[in-house]
Design a protein around this ligand. Structure first.
Ligand SMILES: [Zn+2]
Ligand SMILES: [Zn+2]
Length: 179
């Protein structure tokens, strides 16, 4: 079997079920593939069956004129968040060649040190405890309540944390939303 592509900005995409083992005929390349992308491609056509190869090489985003992420921090800034400038190269790589992640609301991709961050996965209070000092400012800025996030959030619950890490300095960043 052909080894599926790995994604720099979403390295756990397979483990997290964002790309799952399922035989499909990819709507973009027309090939029978052993993996299916379960997330969104924000575009008019909204194709159901996309393979990771068409994500990695940019053909799906180009063919459907779509983006795999709804919002970037700082480009469509949440009024609660400080605005950050992200390099166009890094946001292009995320929006056109990286699988998105599953979120309650539209997914937001965070940045640090001038570039998009690496998405690590879904987290709750337990996972955040060892790095709480790093993500506390993001928890406060999220508007979902610092205490709720610190003490009562479960990664499979109705409020979910989305953990990122800066590709340069290693700083963790947190996005939170709820259903
Ligand atoms: Zn394909
Ligand atoms: Zn950084």
């Amino acid at each position: 079997m052909e080894t599926p592509p790995v994604f720099f900005y979403n390295p756990n995409a397979y483990k997290l079920g964002i790309i799952e083992a399922q035989t499909i005929v990819c709507e973009c390349c027309g090939k029978t593939r052993p993996f299916r992308y379960t997330g969104n491609l924000y575009c008019e056509a909204d194709p159901d069956d996309l393979c990771p190869w068409c994500i990695a090489d940019g053909t799906a985003a180009a063919k459907y004129d779509g983006s795999f992420v709804a919002d970037f921090e700082g480009i469509n800034p949440n009024p609660n968040e400080a605005s950050v400038q992200l390099s166009a190269a890094s946001t292009a790589q995320v929006s056109s060649r990286t699988p998105g992640y599953a979120s309650w609301q539209d997914d937001v991709w965070l940045g640090h040190c001038g570039e998009a961050c690496i998405f690590l996965g879904y987290v709750g209070s337990q996972e955040l405890a060892p790095i709480w000092n790093e993500v506390q400012p993001d928890a406060v800025a999220s508007g979902w309540g610092e205490e709720n996030i610190r003490d009562h959030m479960h990664k499979d619950g109705n409020m979910t944390g989305y953990l990122f890490r800066c590709q340069h300095c290693g700083q963790h960043r947190l996005h939170v939303d709820a259903n």
